[in-house]
Design a binder for this molecule. Sequence first.
Ligand SMILES: Nc1nc2c(ncn2[C@@H]2O[C@H](COP(=O)(O)OP(=O)(O)OP(=O)(O)O)[C@@H](O)[C@H]2O)c(=O)[nH]1
Ligand SMILES: [Mg+2]
Length: 257
Amino acid sequence: MHEENRGRVLREHFGIAAALGQYVIALAGNPNVGKSTVFNALTGLRQHTGNWPGKTVDNAQGTFTYRQKPFLLVDLPGTYSILAHTVEEQVARDFICFGQPNATLVVLDATCLERNLNLALQVMEITPNVVVCVNLMDEARKKNIAIDLPALEKELGVPVVPTAARKGEGLDTLRETLYQVSTGARKSIPRQLVYSQAVEEAVEKLVPTIQRLIDHKLNPRWVALRLLDGDKAFIESISRHLELQLSPKALQEVAAL
Ligand SMILES: Nc1nc2c(ncn2[C@@H]2O[C@H](COP(=O)(O)OP(=O)(O)OP(=O)(O)O)[C@@H](O)[C@H]2O)c(=O)[nH]1
Ligand SMILES: [Mg+2]
């Protein structure tokens, strides 16, 4: 998306005033994993809080500068999933999809990685610009939980940074990694979930038509999966945020495949 247009969408749809040239980072994670602690550690007092437009869900935005580049960090509501079953999930998903952040930082709890990885894998289906932060490393150490971080990074295909945010541990590496991913200096090919053969065949059929309809504005594989899911809220979000009328005719065309 063109940067000026993205700025307008951020302002009008999400109440976020990103300056031109500012790198936008979305901060996602399950509830209570230390997102706000990471957010505070990175942004200090340069924060602004309010609500998401039209929603009673908290919205916190903060800024920081790194290597002379300006960053805007957006703290998303804590969610276990972004398949939009709750208003919090819808806010998080719509921002990651349509706010076009330069990077999405997914914070995980090192003491219960398996449960937390679900959200990371979902975000990795939407965008390749993901940084995974494994937080609460101090708690994991206390519980004698060992994590093979290089193996995790290799499996996921995106950068993994260990932190103990409350103690400020790992934040320098986190800033540097966010910088590299946001500026495009470091590119990833995230591991994609593979579904049953029937679903994969349906996705393959849908992708070319979707690509034509949405014109690179969203990852077509992700959109295909949502359409196969019959996710009406997502189709509404597409029309609202992309100002793209998925006409009944277009949808019929997709459905006919
Ligand atoms: N030991 C330890 N505690 C941490 C760490 N990071 C955060 N905490 C603590 O964990 C608790 C939850 O942290 P928050 O930053 O509020 O978590 P959150 O993800 O923003 O929570 P929600 O916004 O409610 O979803 C707080 O008591 C933090 O002080 C860490 O790295 N180590
Ligand atoms: Mg929080």
